[in-house]
Design a protein. Structure first.
Length: 321
């Protein structure tokens, strides 16, 4: 497959931001409708299969967690190329699932020549459709199982991880407490809840997912884990935000209405790259949910994964991705 072309920095795009936002909003709405239509069966089946798959078969255990129907993802016969030697693991956010979170990012990275894998994690008993609501520690263990299977299937020594929202924070738990630091080269967090948010922020996110608002205060351990000052976040961030040997990227938007203040997403430490979307393109103003489908964000993800060959994003990425 062709390598990603390098985009030369250009002045701000002349495209009207209003049309750009409407297109992104339409895409985001399509993702949310898809999340509520036809995903209950596959997600439930994957959860049931996970419970019975022997851990002695790492690929089988990972396949049981794989999100169905993600374009360009979860080809278990994929072998990394010299140009892209590390598979990319995509980790979705709270209330979402891997099948709908990555309709934009997964096929773009696959087209670039990456082996791409996406899981669905974080189910709790008797809650249909909604995922990434289990305790962060439990979800990190599922990520560990998935990464082990990806490494076994592809023969790679390490993966890169791209996560949205909780999916950008939870892998840090895996890196710090579950042995993930030796298995992950780069972690890219898109609007990650690294230092938590308020309950109001989680309630704002829940309004995008029918039925989720009722869970925020009752049956969503991950929501409690992501509230600023929680025991989970205090433990995660004690002693520093990072672990040695991993490169970290955080891509945030000034207009994030869920993880607030937006600067709480940024990390401190060696090998950290904190990026604000509006510094790349001032006219680009995605909110929290739309960060997963935003073309400027997608371009910056590609840059984070391959900074030697893909330039920083700019407003031209609104047209090119």
């Amino acid at each position: 497959m062709p390598e990603t072309p390098t985009h030369s920095p250009l002045p701000g795009s002349r495209r009207r931001p209003g049309g750009r936002r409407l297109a992104s909003l339409a895409t985001g709405c399509a993702l949310l409708f898809a999340a509520l239509a036809g995903t209950t069966g596959p997600a439930g089946a994957a959860d049931a299969k996970t419970a019975t798959t022997p851990r002695t078969d790492p690929v089988g255990a990972a396949e049981a967690l794989a999100a169905p129907g993600v374009p360009g993802a979860n080809n278990w016969s994929c072998r990394p190329s010299p140009a892209h030697p590390r598979p990319v693991v995509l980790v979705h956010g709270t209330f979402a699932n891997g099948s709908v979170n990555w309709d934009t990012v997964a096929p773009a990275l696959a087209q670039d020549g990456y082996c791409v894998f996406a899981l669905t994690y974080g189910a709790v008993p008797n809650v249909p459709v909604l995922r990434a609501i289990a305790p962060v520690a439990d979800s990190a263990q599922q990520l560990s199982v998935f990464v082990d299977g990806v490494l076994a299937a592809t023969g790679a020594g390490q993966v890169d991880v791209v996560g949205h929202s909780q999916g950008g924070m939870m892998p840090r738990y895996y890196l710090k407490f579950d042995g993930g630091a030796a298995k992950v080269h780069t972690l890219v967090g898109i609007a990650p809840s690294n230092h938590g948010t308020t309950l109001d922020g989680l309630a704002t996110l829940a309004k995008s997912f029918p039925g989720a608002l009722d869970l925020v205060r009752s049956a969503c351990p991950a929501c409690a884990d992501q509230v600023t000052g929680s025991d989970t976040l205090s433990r995660l961030n004690a002693g520093g935000d990072t672990v040695p040997g991993v490169t970290y990227w955080v891509i945030a938007t000034r207009y994030d209405e869920v993880v607030t203040p937006y600067r709480s997403q940024f990390l401190s430490g060696p090998d950290v790259h904190d990026v604000l979307v509006q510094d790349l393109c001032p006219t680009n103003i995605p909110g929290h949910v739309l960060m997963a489908v935003d073309p400027v964000v997608l371009h910056e993800v590609r840059h984070a994964l391959d900074p030697a060959h893909v330039a920083d994003a700019d407003c031209w990425a609104n047209l090119t991705g």
